[in-house]
Design a protein around this ligand. Structure first.
Ligand SMILES: C[S@@+](CC[C@H](N)C(=O)[O-])C[C@H]1O[C@@H](n2cnc3c(N)ncnc32)[C@H](O)[C@@H]1O
Length: 196
């Protein structure tokens, strides 16, 4: 399986593969893969990552002080599509394969990952996630609003792209986001319960 060789944006961390496409973990069945890849096509376009910039969080009062966050590189209009959350897989060059925790579309449990996002839950209970722990795009740097501001300014919403692939888009909320503002979503209470 070919691995993306894309170079990440400024501040992209060493040891994390940058990618803008899905790779499917062996836990994903052919039926589930087909559901993710081939839905009704949408006319919506994928957002450009040039709308955002990765920065180290420099305010000591911020609960993720010293980590990274994703910030608006320009004004983003209310409801505008910012980017998609992507995870990818396969060990990066030099990584010991026994240390490798795949970061991709998967249906197995990833309770150890702080970068795992639910993409879809079937009525059967099967859940499809995108784990950007080892590989992903700018979306992996979006922090939760708790302790930063009163409410999130962005939301995760799934959609089908123009090829019919199921995507987890990040959209601005009901108000414009000013240039320089941090993109903040709600991870949901479940995330914080799981991480303690
Ligand atoms: C998806 S990552 C977000 C990017 C992360 N800040 C980084 O530099 O890689 C999720 C992790 O960010 C941190 N984080 C995000 N939002 C937070 C918040 N509101 N309060 C405390 N930690 C937060 C937690 O460590 C969490 O497990």
């Amino acid at each position: 399986m070919a691995r993306s060789s894309a170079v990440g944006p400024p501040h992209w961390p060493e040891g994390v593969q940058y990618s803008q496409r899905y790779i499917f973990h062996s836990s994903v069945t052919a039926t589930t893969k087909n559901f993710i890849e081939k839905g009704p096509k949408s006319t919506k376009n994928r957002g450009s990552s040039r709308m955002t910039v990765i920065r180290r969080v420099s305010e000591p009062s911020h609960p993720a002080f010293g980590q990274f966050g994703l910030f608006a590189a320009k004004k983003i209009s209310a409801k505008e599509h910012i980017l998609d959350y992507i995870g990818d897989s396969e060990p990066i060059a030099g990584m010991n394969s026994t240390d490798f925790v795949p970061g991709e579309v998967h249906t197995d449990e990833r309770i150890e990952s702080n970068y795992d996002l639910s993409l879809h839950r079937f009525e059967s209970g099967e859940s499809v996630g995108i784990d950007a722990g080892r590989m992903g795009n700018e979306g992996r740097f979006i922090n939760d609003f708790r302790g930063v501001r009163a409410k999130p300014n962005s939301v995760f919403t799934d959609y089908r792209d123009s090829g019919g692939q199921l995507r987890m888009g990040v959209y601005a909320g009901g108000e414009d986001i000013r240039k320089g503002d941090e993109i903040l979503v709600s991870y949901g209470k479940g995330f914080w319960k799981a991480t303690g």
